[in-house]
Write a protein that binds this ligand. Sequence first.
Ligand code: FMN
Length: 359
Amino acid sequence: MTTDRRIFIGAAVAGAAAIGAGLWWRGLSAPYVAAADRLTSPLPPRPETSDLVRFATLGANGHNTQPWRFSERADGLAIAPDFSRRTPVVDPDDHHLYASLGCAAETLAIAARARGLSGEVVTAGPEGLAMALRPAAPEEGALFAAIPERQCTRSVYDGAGLTSGEVHALAAEADVHGVAAIWREGAATEPILDLVIAGNTRQMANPAFVAELREWVRFNGAHAARTGDGLYAAASGNPTAPEAVGRLLFDAFFRTEAENDRYARHIRSSAGVFTLVAPSDDPAGWIAAGRAYQRMALRATAMGLRNAFVNQAVEEPAMRADLVSLLDLGAMRPNLVFRVGRAPPTPRSLRRPPEAVID
Ligand SMILES: Cc1cc2nc3c(=O)[nH]c(=O)nc-3n(C[C@H](O)[C@H](O)[C@H](O)COP(=O)(O)O)c2cc1C
């Protein structure tokens, strides 16, 4: 066989393999694309319970476990904790679980009001929340429009700052629920970064933390679409791979130093960092923190801003105590920490369908 012919056959085989791999990946991502489209389709003018619940589930939630159950009540909906979806290592007292219920409740309230339903929270506590949905004048604003767009964007931002007007507009959303939003920017974010890195270093040294996180990673689009929950690798800026390969890559490359470097780049490229502090350190307060975060994230989205949590500074008790001193919080508990800035969107996280979360 001539050299030319060998080169030609080699190129043809490589080309066919590349096309095959491309088709295979398209096949893997097709269910993901379909699920993402279903999830974010517009809220009908006269929504049914399942439409409202679909919108509610677009709220942020820890590890995307979606720890909620929805049920109809006489005058509205109840959102109860689903303790089968706890993350006991990263969230031993269920603080994040209740904050996640708050994120869903706030999203539901904003969606309901846009469709002429009152959406007021009647009770909030260890049992979850009850929300009244009585006829009311429709209020369809920027926060409602931002619901399907909002996401946690875990990437490097463009380094530009926020105006004081922008910072105040965001903090005002937390104030609606009596939650303080403390802003730090520029050099003042460095001590927070130190706590994030110290917290992350502790978490990465804890095999139970790494195992819990790994359980919730979804390694490719088909995997994410099959479960409808968890942390889709591409949404965290990581490569996708077949599940078995993804687990091997996770074990090989998920390393403390690389993660700490990533957090340093993330925080230093952000405009600044918000810490949320709720008025009480109990499920009602944690729910309020989640509601405040969700409003701020929606307002940020409406303003063309992105955000992502850096909660390592509040998840490890020792770092949380240091953050209390740093921000001079006295007896108050810092609930959630997130950075804000500008960046293109990343692939979105999926949710389970309403039927899976309605009793
Ligand atoms: C209480 C709470 C804690 C969270 N903690 C973190 C965190 O420490 N790091 C992170 O990257 N994302 C964190 N998240 C974001 C979730 O992982 C994210 O909301 C979920 O994966 C769904 O993605 P989406 O918000 O982009 O729709 C947290 C969310 C909530 C509500």
